[in-house]
Design a protein around this ligand. Sequence first.
Ligand SMILES: [Zn+2]
Length: 152
Amino acid sequence: MITVTKEFTWDMAHMLACHEGLCKNVHGHTYKMQVEVAQRSGEVLSLPKQSEDGMVIDFKKLKDIVSAYIIEPLDHAFMYWVESPDTFEHELAVLLKKHNKKIASVTYKPTAEQMAKAFLEILQKELSKYNIIVKGVAVWETPTSFAKAVEV
Ligand SMILES: [Zn+2]
């Protein structure tokens, strides 16, 4: 099987409610993400005939889809966990909304693990329309720390 992988970065703020360490505070990361995809058939690409492009997916198309569904909604936003047990997070979200600041509301605790899982699900849904499966989504919070969700 041949897979192709594209890398993305964005800047975003978050906080981890009820976390013991520093991450309970509002802070930001330059996130990095790798999205690995393959053709649904799982077949090794044969040498392209004249009518075929010899690609798993055009990198530009992959970029456009990932940008539209993941990067653009998140870049320079505060990721707001709508079920956060920390009232400060809700008060902050209200304040940000009042001042027309960018918020990305999610139903999960905004850890790299949960983001990878959520992004994998979003991209599986969108890319399946093009006969593409997402093999894995890896999300880096720092240059040395990442979580990866894989297709099962
Ligand atoms: Zn963080």
